[in-house]
Design a protein around this ligand. Structure first.
Ligand SMILES: C[S@@+](CC[C@H](N)C(=O)[O-])C[C@H]1O[C@@H](n2cnc3c(N)ncnc32)[C@H](O)[C@@H]1O
Length: 242
């Protein structure tokens, strides 16, 4: 779904913030399985790409899912989100990370000009409107400490994946539907002076297929018949300043 202004979508108790983790990441759910794979990817990327581990920022940290997993690897960690509702959940989840409420795309001073060795931005870009995507990427590029620092962002809906089936349905029903291609993700990073040094894909078979595929068959297909990463549903881009 493409929102008019994505900034407002998780603000307030009746927004998308309501039961966010229970709705998406309940144990045994599809997204919980993807999250287990994402955790391994995060561990590997920090290990191989981030030599200096002083400072970490999770942009649009929400309820602290990614932040809580990554923060132990860094001396200091910060979560930034526009939604107090989401941050209230994160507060009960993180160890010592600082949680900041604010919108760095409108107030670049929200973090007092601090720079970071590693930045993550998960489940943000797909549903953000194009102007917000650019404003956010401009801020993230400016918040990297130096050439050794890395940004890892993801897009949880590759246009050229098995989500095509959902796109076709949305076209018929008139529902709104967001997607981004690998090329669009590269262009977004490059417009803001970033170079994609590595990218990954997770999940060949979209969760909508679970309506027709029993879970064991889905698991078998994920393991034994994965599609090339260009067609994966979930995309991950490791970037550095050019
Ligand atoms: C789908 S949630 C993702 C949360 C978390 N990153 C995760 O992967 O679980 C998207 C988050 O983006 C936040 N958000 C939207 N606009 C923002 C902005 N301009 N600055 C910071 N956070 C923003 C929302 O409040 C929400 O918490």
């Amino acid at each position: 779904m493409q929102y008019q202004d994505y900034r407002t979508t998780h603000v307030g108790p009746e927004s998308w913030a309501k039961d966010y983790d229970a709705k998406l990441f309940a144990p045994g759910s599809f997204d919980a399985e993807i999250w287990a794979r994402e955790q391994r990817l995060l561990d590997d990327i920090v290990e191989r790409h981030v030599p200096r581990r002083d400072s970490y920022l999770d942009f649009a940290c929400g309820t602290g899912r990614v932040l809580a997993h990554v923060e132990p690897k860094f001396r200091a960690a910060t979560g930034l989100d526009i939604s107090e509702t989401m941050l209230a959940v994160a507060r009960g989840r993180v160890r010592s990370a600082e949680l900041v409420a604010g919108d760095a795309t409108r107030n670049t001073d929200v973090l007092a000009g601090r720079k970071f060795d590693f930045i993550t931005a998960f489940r943000f870009f797909l549903n953000a409107q194009p102007s917000l995507r650019d404003d956010a990427m401009a801020f993230l590029a400016s918040a990297l400490e130096d050439g050794d620092s890395r940004l890892l962002f993801n897009v949880h809906g590759n246009r050229y994946s098995t989500r095509l089936l959902l796109a076709a349905k949305a076209r018929i029903t008139g529902e709104q539907f967001s997607s981004m291609s690998v090329a669009e993700c590269f262009e977004l990073a490059e417009r803001h002076g970033l170079e994609v040094v590595e990218w990954h894909g997770i999940g060949s078979y979209d969760k909508s297929l679970l309506r027709v595929l029993p879970r064991p068959v889905w698991r078998w297909a994920e393991r034994h018949a994965p599609l090339p990463k260009r067609f994966a549903v979930y995309l991950y881009f490791v970037c550095r300043r050019r």
